[in-house]
Design a protein around this ligand. Sequence first.
Ligand SMILES: Nc1ncnc2c1ncn2[C@@H]1O[C@H](COP(=O)(O)OP(=O)(O)OP(=O)(O)O)[C@@H](O)[C@H]1O
Length: 608
Amino acid sequence: MAAPERFQVDLAGVVDLLGRSLYSSPRVYLRELIQNAADAIRARTEVEHGFQGTVAITPADVGEGMLVIQDDGIGLTSQEARELLSTVGRSSKRDLFDLPRTDRLGRFGVGLLSAFMIGDEVQVRSRSLGGAPPCLWVGRSDGTFTVRELDGPDAAAVAVGSMVSVRPRADAAVMAASASVRTSAARFASHLPEALLLADPSGRWVSINETPGFLGDEVARRLYGEELLGAVPLAAIPITVAATGTRGTAYVLPTPPPPGTAAPALCHLGGMLVGSRVTGLLPDWAFFAALALDSTGLNPTASREALVDDDALAVTREGIGTALREWIRQTAIADPARLRVFAAVHGLALRQLALSDPELAGVLLPALVVPTSHGERRLGDLLASGEPLRYTPTVDEFRQVAPLSAELVINAGHAYDEAIMRLVDRLGLARTEPVDVIAIVDALERPPEQDAESARSLARRAAATLVDREGVSVDVRVVPGGRMPAVFVQDSAMLRAADRRRARAEGDALWAQVLDAVDEAERRDGADHPTARLCLDWSNEAVRALARLEDDAVLARAIRLMLVTALLAGHHPVEGRDRQELTDAVSELVALSVGLSGFGVVRPEDFA
Ligand SMILES: Nc1ncnc2c1ncn2[C@@H]1O[C@H](COP(=O)(O)OP(=O)(O)OP(=O)(O)O)[C@@H](O)[C@H]1O
């Protein structure tokens, strides 16, 4: 059997891979080096309790062409440097420093390689806290390295800790210069518990540390939220998830987030920023909240720019959800006015939450605002009336019903509202019933007694002209506030059938087969036979005139025209045959009014 051989690793290729595929930008090299420094300090703190470490950064333009990151952490012996700094893909911090699993130490063994994204040579001078002689490790992007112990004045200059130096390539000079280094350090590492210093162009050390406002008192949290959102949040809710050492603030957005955009979700691990839109921290229904957190128990992915979707993340998400729910519950009890504002801004999220949490539904539902035929109403006021709530399950039905019904009807055609109506009923808060649009028309006032016979005869004659319209019958009523000669209403089965007809006209053969099958199934079930009514308004003069008209052909044309205009006025889908009807009717009416004989479609030669 052939002797096993070792994989060859091409360092330049690996670094290229890191820069192009792992990290979002080569600028993150600084975060990786600061993280290593902070980890080494934390390891020293384990040994020397109460030790306060410092990470000091010298940008390349200040450091005579060298970017330097110095820490006073635990340091490395030459043996450790040989093993740890030169082994790709294996992090030994945990074994070496013997630290518990809940720390934030490196775990992938690639962080230091990110220095090669800006330079071809990386030097690490280090003195171990253990007391061994200091060492100098030099790694090169061609995959070679040297390590040696230092002595004499070279050794004396090295304090306990590590100093990483990189000479940036010309194409990376900007990334290693003061402005960029300051921005990156402040963005990623300003909340580190370790002191973070930056050498300014005059060589003075300036502190980059900033207390995280999202962990401060009420005022600090609020101010931080204002800065984060660029607007005053509706609320700043403190978050603590002890199980994963997660603390911070959830901010209720003052306006609904635009569709498809995520609110800020800043997450830090041990003070180091993971990202400002980290996913997985909020429950699905909580899209009304932004987050700013710090955690010691969540796990970063190898890029350190996202969180691993593991149990720790699930527990944290649940904890955040609980805090948000609790805030809503407390607000409903203690500050109903504020809950009303919240409901007005984040109605959709509230609806989703009420549906997923029956326990909370009792306090949430009264705050919801619903559209009705009498304008927007608070569900709480409607419930207080003690009356049954009547609603339409679709917007199309609402459009038909609203102008016809004197009583209040809720438009439950928007997202979740039909389910909300059923929930109201289930919880016994009120009886809720879907409105039957046909029944509403049937309940309209009839023409006065003396006109009853001519109205009936008009209905009969009109119906005869619409025999080709399946399910459509004609009625003559007095339509309240009617400005049109006729209104057209169709039940939901009819609306669905019309939708299918339209889809069939636009789709292909396969799609048509699917739609045929649905038609067939609806017919078989037969429960709701598609029904529609053309309701002529007896209070309309033109309609009364039609009743006196003897000419059947003119009557037929007028009725069909009224049907199409009623379709248009009621926002019903208008199909090809309706458009044809409209064109034909208008042409014929023109022909009639100019005295041309014969009906049928007018042709240009008729006008010749
Ligand atoms: N400033 C430092 N002081 C002491 N040891 C260090 C320092 N920087 C790196 N090391 C050692 O070198 C090892 C390799 O570092 P590297 O950054 O490549 O990976 P890591 O930090 O372990 O993991 P990650 O890929 O998550 O950053 C570390 O595990 C640590 O033992």
